[in-house]
Design a protein around this ligand. Structure first.
Ligand SMILES: [Zn+2]
Ligand SMILES: [Zn+2]
Ligand SMILES: [Zn+2]
Length: 253
């Protein structure tokens, strides 16, 4: 089993267009600090599943037939942009699983091309793709959004972006089915004013405490949070780290 962070960035990414803050300057100088749209890939045996499709070069990275499915968290552009080009392609259809959202994104649903949106997911109703077991978990965001609890090869991964805090039922599920690896939205530096659509660092750390996974990787990171972390280099809580594009987790070893 191999889990790869394809992108760890908030909307706009890092570097942010036109920004000269320390984090954006650093990522222009050292490419490992670049943050692309938040997304990931799970591979096990011959099965490959993408989590979100916001990468501009999604179709180049995943040629026709190379993916079994895409799990969409929601229909904001930074999570679906890569689908707009490949939908006009030829060959096998690509199954797109995601939340029920009658508006979707632009005309994706009215002109799906080779994309197959026919599967409808229900919260907490698990399903399988090959031998990967997936449970959709409701999140709290500005439009219908699902996180995913993924059981593969004896490992448990929770993928939780975009969200601010968690619904009580999702939190209870995660406390019962404790993940080994949790990817958690943390777009903002610590803040005294409550955020509306994404976690700040304080909220993300408190969710890590409540759920107690073996490892938490914070994702959907903004340039503001990167700049704050550069000014506050002390380690985060035990078990918590900041995800990086290209980072790989290979399960419990
Ligand atoms: Zn997003
Ligand atoms: Zn910046
Ligand atoms: Zn969003």
């Amino acid at each position: 089993m191999k889990f790869t962070v394809l992108g760890s960035g908030a909307v706009g990414g890092v570097p942010l267009y036109g920004c000269d803050c320390p984090a954006c300057q650093r990522s222009r100088a050292v490419s490992s600090y670049i943050r692309r749209p938040a997304s990931a890939l799970i591979e096990h045996g011959n099965t490959r599943i993408a989590l979100d499709a916001g990468l501009a070069d999604f179709g180049t990275r995943f040629p026709s037939g190379s993916l079994d499915a895409v799990l969409l968290t929601h229909y904001h552009m930074d999570h679906v942009a890569g689908l707009f080009e490949i939908r006009w392609g030829k060959g096998a259809s690509l199954a797109i699983h995601g939340p029920v959202d009658e508006h979707g994104c632009d005309d994706l649903h009215t002109h799906p091309g080779i994309l197959d949106f026919s599967a409808t997911l229900e919260a907490f109703q698990c399903f399988e793709i090959s031998d990967i077991r997936i449970t959709p978990l409701p999140l709290i965001h500005s439009r219908p959004t699902l996180g995913y609890f993924i059981e593969v090869d004896g490992a448990r991964i929770a993928y939780l972006t975009d969200t601010v805090d968690l619904p009580a039922a999702t939190l209870a599920f995660l406390q019962t089915h404790r993940p080994d690896l949790m990817l958690l939205d943390c777009s903002h530096p610590p803040s005294d004013t409550p955020r509306r659509n994404h976690n700040d660092l304080n909220l993300a750390l408190s969710l890590h405490q409540k759920i107690a996974p073996l490892e938490t990787w914070l994702t959907h990171i903004s340039h503001d949070l990167d700049a704050w972390l550069m000014a506050h280099p002390e380690p985060l809580s035990r078990g918590v780290s900041i995800a990086q594009d290209g980072q790989v987790w290979r399960g419990l070893v």
